[in-house]
Design a binder for this molecule. Sequence first.
Ligand code: PLP
Length: 445
Amino acid sequence: MTAPPLPGLDADTLDRLRRGLPVTWTNPAREPAGRPSPDDAFEAALHDEARAATQRLARQRPLLRTVFPELAATGGVIESPLLAVPDLQAALGLPARVGRLLVKADHLLPVAGSVKARGGLHEVLDVAERLALAHGLPVDDGALASPAARALFAGHTVAVGSTGNLGLAIGIAAAALGFRAVVHMSAEAKAWKKDRLRRRGVTVVEHAGDYAQAVAAGRAQAAADPRSHFVDDEASRSLFAGYAAAAAPLAAQLAAAGVTVDATHPLFVHLPCGVGGAPGGIASGLAREFGPHVHVFFAEPVQSPCVLLALAARPGDPLPSVYDLGLTNRTEADGLAVPRASPLAVAAVRPTLAGAYTVDDDALFRHVVQAQDSASLALEPSATAGLSGPHALLRSDAGRRWLDARSLAAHLPRATHLAWTTGGALVPPEEHARFLARGRALPPA
Ligand SMILES: *Cc1c(COP(=O)(O)O)cnc(C)c1O
């Protein structure tokens, strides 16, 4: 197969990408307004779906606090804290004159311990509501936990293909509501994730190939069964809408913390990116909240920069794969090991994304150590990729040119850099200890 052309990349960046070296890339297609036109039909539909997701998550709080005892304390709300991390900022070598580092701690999201909790729970709730309504059952006030609803769900399957965390979120949520749950996992998926799901009664199907092959196999099996719903990580609008629901609560948390976001107080958000759905949903929600004042960057492994490549391709061309560039898609960041991007995510973020950068595995393991030692954050390697964001922006030629072209450099002392930590709470302590040992064994950066 011949690779599609990549007009959005200069020769030097393309060469570094091919050699698996870290790059910083800025998006030439970003609209100056920083938000997609509300007249655009695609954006209008995504916006409606995001609003509906926010309402659905609110409507199902009584159900959520019934089926997940850990949500009793929050009344069924699935949220993570926004954390001040001055010592982590110092450990990363970021002086106050370049702004302030905050962490959006989705690694602490209840139920699934990762960013997948919002999108995954939302899609399972969406499926459950539709099924109940189609069978004349009520959906409000916790009614989806009724014996009649559970009996209905027991005759239906929710399936997903996943490198790990999406499988955990969907498997846990579907099983908790009483569905049959099937998770198709790729070779990279960690043994403890498979064990945890099996203990909850979830069927785990293992595939020898990569993530894309696990998804394809799962999709084909589910398509053959009318009582099966496949959560499609590469195309699901429901999943995407659930992720976008993160934006409004974050805006409220920033306001409560006294963080201003405007033309002279830029907000830089650094999001670990796999197929693009989770960071894409969050980025589109943030663009609606903050328009030109938020600058979202995606962080991808040096061997798996699938969204960066997709954004550098011509709109309408087939999406490139990281294998087209001779890359391996091999990384310890199993949540980000994706060879080809979600077309939905790419189309959604093309008009607003600031850029993307790549990180090598050593950087991720060093961040695991820094996050633990300076802020007591227990992260998995994938979840740390955003901690490279401020340096990717401030210390690269591409980043500095981009800041200068937007006259942002002068505002850095009042800027906020928000690193989204996307997973870790469910990682077993002995596994986390191995991550730390590997990071501590590395020579200083
Ligand atoms: C899935 C995942 C991501 C990225 O989400 P995508 O939708 O695949 O882009 C980031 N971090 C962690 C820990 C994840 O599990």
